[in-house]
Design a protein around this ligand. Sequence first.
Ligand SMILES: Cc1cc2nc3c(=O)[nH]c(=O)nc-3n(C[C@H](O)[C@H](O)[C@H](O)COP(=O)(O)O)c2cc1C
Length: 405
Amino acid sequence: MKTSTSLIRTKLERISSYEDARAKARYALPRALFDYIDGGSEGEYTMRRNVEAFEELVWRPKQAIYHEQIDTATEVLGTKLSMPVMTAPCGGMRLVHPDGDIGLVKASGNFGICHIASAVSGFPLEEIAASHPGPKWFQLYRLGSRPLMESLVHRAQAAGFGAIVVTVDSVVVGYREKDYRNGFSFNMRVDLKNMARMAPRVVTRPRWLYHYWRDGMPFQISNTMPVEGGEALPLSAMGRTDLSHSPTWDDIEWIRANWEGPLVVKGVMGAEDARRAVDAGADGIVISNHGGRQLEGAPATIDVLPKIAAEVGGETTILLDSGVRRANDVARAVALGAHAVLIGRMSVYGLALGGEAGVTRMLKLLHQELVRTLRLLGVGSIHDLNPSFIDGTLPGRAAPNPSTR
Ligand SMILES: Cc1cc2nc3c(=O)[nH]c(=O)nc-3n(C[C@H](O)[C@H](O)[C@H](O)COP(=O)(O)O)c2cc1C
C-alpha cells in the first residue's frame, strides 16, 4: 500500500503545466486566498497583457541540429543557477502553506537556483536564511518607515543574504478589486469576527484549514517584530497609503552606501529609470510590473525589455518577471536580453499544492521544458540564444528590435 507521502508525490507528479497547477490550486485554497494570489490590479489588463505578449513572440529555430548535452546553467551577480530562473519574492506565503518562504528557499536551493525572500514573509528573515545553505537574496520594502527599512538592511546583511533587491513599484499597494470584494485585505486580522465571516468559504477547504490551524494561524509580518518592541505588525501596515512602502531614490543611495554586495532594483519599467538605477549604483535591475498587481496600464515586461536592454544591457544585469508561465517564456526573455527571470505565481501554486515538494515539481517541469525548448531551437546552451531567434510577432503587434543584444 502506498504511504500518504508517496501518494502526494504521485499527485504532484501529475501536474502538467502552470495552468494545471493553477486550476488545482483553485480547489485547494479558500477563494479569497486564491484570488489574492491570482488577481491583478483594477481591470487586470496589465496582468493579462504580460502573458499575451510572451505568446505573441514567435521563434526562428535552427533545424536538423541535435545537441546531446544541453547547458541551462548560468551565473547572475556571483550566484550560480542551474537554469536562468529564480523564485520571486512573494508576501503572505505562510497563509498559502505552512512551509511558506522556507519551502521556497529549500526547493530553490535543492534545485540549484536562488530564492528571493520577501520583506513581508511569514518567517523572520534570519530563520529563512538559516533554513538552507543554498543561495538566497533579500527583497526590501520601506514599510512606511526609514528606521524600519534601515534595520531590515542591517539584519539581511548579518543574516548572510547574497544580494538585496529593492522593490520600487509599490509606494502604495495597487487596487486589487477581487481582494476588496472578498473582504481580503491587508487590514484583515485573525480575530473572531473575521473568522466567523470567512468560515463558510474556509470550511470547504478542510486540508488548507487544518494546515493553517496547525501552524498557529499566522497573519503578520514577522520581520517587523523586533522594531515594534516584540509585537509583530499586522499585514495591515501595507494597506496604509499615507506612507511609502517602496524605497525612494534617496533611500536607494543610503542602501548603496550601507549594503556590501550586489544591489538590484526591482520594478523598473522604462529605459530612463533603468539608467537612473545604474547611476545610483545598482548592479542589476528586475524589469517587473509586479505581475500586473500594481500600476494598471503598465506595459508588459517582455515588450519593454528590448528598449531597456539597448539602454543598459552592456552595463548591468537584467532580470525580468511578470507573466512567465513556461520555459518557452524563459527562453524568449533570455533571447531578448534578460540574464534570468523570476517566477511568482508559478512557484506559489506549487507551494499551495504540496509545500516545498510542490515548488520542486514546478521547477522540475520548467527545467524539463527548457531542455526540450533549447533542443527544438537547435541550440546546445542557453547562452547561444540571441534576438535573431525571434522571428517577430504574431500579426497585429510591432516587432521587438532585434539589434538590442
Ligand atoms: C501573492 C504575491 C505576493 C507578492 N508579494 C511580493 C512582495 O512581497 N515583494 C515583491 O517585491 N513582489 C511581490 N510580488 C510580485 C512578485 O515578486 C513578482 O514580481 C510577480 O509575481 C511576477 O509575476 P508572475 O506572478 O506573473 O510570475 C508578489 C506576487 C504575488 C503573486
